[in-house]
Design a binder for this molecule. Structure first.
Ligand SMILES: *Cc1c(COP(=O)(O)O)cnc(C)c1O
Length: 436
């Protein structure tokens, strides 16, 4: 399998290892596969076996053994994915958000890719986070040889749990800074670094700057697996016949998760509708309803902060090729009031507790089913554990959450190792790299 940049009219092809090492293409575009392999053998496999079978089709320059080892190491401690009724829970990983699915595997893919492409430098991952990517990057990369990570988070914009997950990370190769500003400021600072050739050149004899955000195809592909896995579970438990369609409602920000579902559908998985759920930052809902993408609008801070985004980078992967099947998508949005009411309603009726992002999806799912009359089995993709957003969730359900999952137990007693605030991202990076 080869990869091309979304912005390259000449469609110059590169290997998976090159695409993963680079993150973003040199022309600023995103790497996409040149075709979609068909895949039907999803029944009767464990998660890891399925991950291996799917990823072998895309990472064709990796050996079977290499992939097996990468997948085995990635999911040894935490297997993030669990189907629970109509909820596809993706949050049982190291940091309790769905980003763990890809980020527990990504460092292994990156180190193998660097080796394959003959890069002997240390990879420097620079990440801006609104709260979930940061902890997941740090957990995945801590103490992995050949990689360093810098994470910048908005000092006043993350939950107490998210902050502690980052500032107490014990990896020797990770560096964490708060910034005075919002997520957009952090993101702009990082983009500025990637665009600054002179800055990167200063360190180019020892370091290669790359990205672990979902613009990296190595982040996206591991997410294709859980669509196959959940579908297979539905067949194996007798809830559907193989071949029957299933809908997925996905709480969406940067359009990575739902795009992975689209890839699964292109590979032959019988997905009916992919329903894109947004919060008050409803630029994608508007896009699917009108065909016009207009990110030029007010930015809203909401109770589902990981979806507070106006520039959904991965949409370019859907719209750049000809013949994107936009008819697969439906969409909707939910306000904070609706989000809180849905957490409360689900808890009251079933005793099940969902996080605010999942509640956005559930709100949109219920409305979609009512308005469309579509009776297709519909899974709600659940992207974070409620404990990660305990203040919001406890307000909604009117009581304390039960005991925390082991991943965050004792977090409040851990030592803060990264108290730093950075005024300037480049100086912060420069200081660290100069003395290591
Ligand atoms: C990142 C994130 C999302 C959005 O996923 P995208 O792939 O960016 O669309 C939704 N929910 C949670 C909890 C997240 O961390």
């Amino acid at each position: 399998m080869k990869y091309v940049s979304t912005r390259d009219p000449q469609r110059i092809e590169v290997s998976a290892a090159t695409a993963i090492s680079r993150g973003l293409a040199p022309d600023g575009g995103l790497y996409v596969p040149t075709s979609f392999p068909q895949f039907k053998e999803y029944l009767g496999k464990s998660y890891n076996e399925l991950a291996h079978a799917v990823l072998m089709l895309y990472l064709t320059d990796f050996s079977e053994g290499e992939l097996q080892e990468a997948i085995g190491s990635a999911y040894r401690h935490y297997q993030p994915v669990r189907l629970n009724g109509d909820y596809l829970e993706l949050y049982h990983g190291a940091t309790l958000a769905f980003k763990d699915v890809a980020l527990q595997l990504f460092p292994h893919l990156l180190t193998a890719s660097l080796k394959k492409t003959g890069v002997e430098k240390t990879a420097v991952i620079v990440t801006a986070t609104s709260g979930d990517t940061g902890p997941a990057v740090l957990a995945g990369i801590a103490d992995v040889p050949g990689i360093k990570a810098f994470v910048f988070y908005p000092n006043n914009g993350v939950s107490p749990v998210q902050r502690l997950q980052m500032t107490t990370n014990e990896g020797k190769n990770v560096h964490v800074f708060g910034i005075e500003g919002n997520f957009d400021d952090a993101q702009n600072g990082v983009k500025d670094i990637f665009a600054d050739e002179a800055f990167k050149e200063k360190f180019s004899s020892d370091y290669l700057f790359t990205s672990a955000n979902s613009i990296n195809i190595g982040r996206l592909l591991p997410q294709v697996v859980y669509y196959f896995y959940s579908y297979a579970q539905l067949v194996e438990s007798g809830r559907i016949q193989d071949g029957e369609p299933v809908n997925y409602v996905v709480p969406t920000g940067n359009f990575g998760n739902i795009l992975a579902g689209y890839y699964a559908k292109q590979m032959g998985l019988p997905i009916g509708k992919l329903i894109c759920a947004t919060n008050k930052n409803d630029v994608l809902d508007e896009f699917f309803k009108t065909g016009v993408y207009n990110g030029d609008r007010d930015f809203h801070l909401t109770l589902s902060p990981s979806m507070d985004i106006l520039i959904s980078s991965n949409l370019e992967r859907l719209t750049s090729g000809d013949g994107a099947d936009l008819g697969t998508f439906a969409s909707g949005s939910a306000t904070d009031e609706q989000t809180l009411a849905k957490i409360q309603e689900v808890f009251r009726e079933t005793g099940y507790v969902i996080d605010p992002h999942t509640a956005v999806a559930k709100t949109v799912a219920d409305r979609y089913q009512l308005e469309s009359g579509d009776k297709t089995l519909t899974l709600v993709v659940s992207t974070a554990a409620p404990h990660k957003f305990s203040e919001t969730v406890e307000t909604a359900i009117g009581q304390k959450l039960e005991r925390s999952p082991e991943q965050i137990r004792g977090l409040h007693e851990k030592q803060v190792l990264h108290p730093g605030i950075a005024n300037d991202l480049k100086s912060a990076i420069q200081e660290v790299l100069a003395c290591s």
